[in-house]
Design a protein around this ligand. Structure first.
Ligand code: SF4
Ligand code: FES
Length: 283
């Protein structure tokens, strides 16, 4: 299992690799054409693409360019964003066909003189670049993304041995990378199984199921496995791996899914063995 230090090193390596690739391939321009998907579903508007000429500098991000177009050319462009630093997970969209965070994608790292911005696939479309995350968050909530501990003493008035959740660093190593998820939905948008089955929880929710399953403070591992082991559940994953490729935070949901599957198969085998032994004892 990957340690905390290894996880931090991995993220640093990813950032350095990104920066290195970026420097080598940096495309400097003074302006760019933004091609933006437009449609307001609430009033049944037909989809179209609008183009905007936007001045850019070396550090201009796609979000900066969209906000420039919104401020100076067309106030009605629908965009969702908040932190502008890859933390809130609000600004996900397809940029030149790939799910990315608009605030974390610099113009200088994109090829071509026209940059196309479209809403994320696999989410119901609302307006322009804004999609509906209700189903995505419902899948996340279904996984009970919080510690369940039947032994915990929740009486805040007294400190007992059970009112603190003690963990060793190696316990944290088991789930740390999965806790970096910002719920941006890029993995969900890239998942071919979600595209075919909206009841499939998707890589984000399954990654979080593993995150809490692997947490030594949690006492409901069996219930968590039961949650994902159903008709539209974890075994629908084809292991395309696109979820992990597009994740901007270095989370590897595909790995979480495989680890969870391993536990599930282990459980099933054990249960099968117990059932066989019971059958033999009856004979
Ligand atoms: S796993 Fe990565 S891509 Fe998926 S929601 Fe979390 S941060 Fe976004
Ligand atoms: S604006 Fe928060 S992640 Fe991009």
């Amino acid at each position: 299992m990957i340690t905390v230090t290894e996880t931090i090193e991995k993220i640093e390596r990813l950032d350095k690799k990104r920066a290195k690739e970026h420097v080598g391939k940096e495309i400097l321009r003074s302006s760019i054409t933004l091609k933006v998907f437009r449609a307001n579903r609430a009033v049944g508007e037909a989809a179209r693409y609008d183009t905007f000429e936007v001045p850019v500098q070396r550090s201009t991000t796609v979000l900066d360019a969209l906000l420039w177009a919104k401020q100076n050319t067309d106030h009605s462009i629908g965009i969702r964003y908040s932190c502008r630093m890859a933390s809130c997970g609000s600004c996900g969209m397809k940029i030149n066909g790939i799910p990315r965070l608009a605030c974390y994608t610099k113009m200088s790292e994109l090829e071509g003189s026209t940059i196309t911005c479209e809403p994320l696939a696999n989410f119901p479309h609302l307006r322009d670049l804004v999609t509906d995350f209700s189903q995505f968050f419902a899948h996340h909530k279904d996984m009970k993304p919080y510690i369940q501990n039947s032994d915990a003493d929740l009486d805040a008035s007294q400190i007992t041995k059970l009112s603190e959740y003690l963990q060793m660093p190696e316990d944290v190593d088991r789930f740390l990378q999965f806790s970096y998820c910002i719920k941006c939905g890029l993995c969900y948008s890239a998942c071919p199984t979600v595209a075919m089955d909206i009841k499939f929880p998707g890589p984000q929710a399954l990654g979080q199921a593993y995150r809490y399953f692997a947490d030594s403070r949690d006492t409901a591992p069996k219930e968590r496995l039961d949650l994902v082991d159903e008709k539209h559940g974890i075994f629908r994953c084809h292991f395309a791996g696109s979820c992990s490729t597009v994740c901007p935070k270095g989370v590897d949901p595909a790995l979480g899914i495989q680890l969870l599957r391993g536990h599930l198969l282990g459980f099933s085998k054990n249960e099968k063995k117990v059932a066989e032994l019971k059958d033999r004892s009856k004979a």
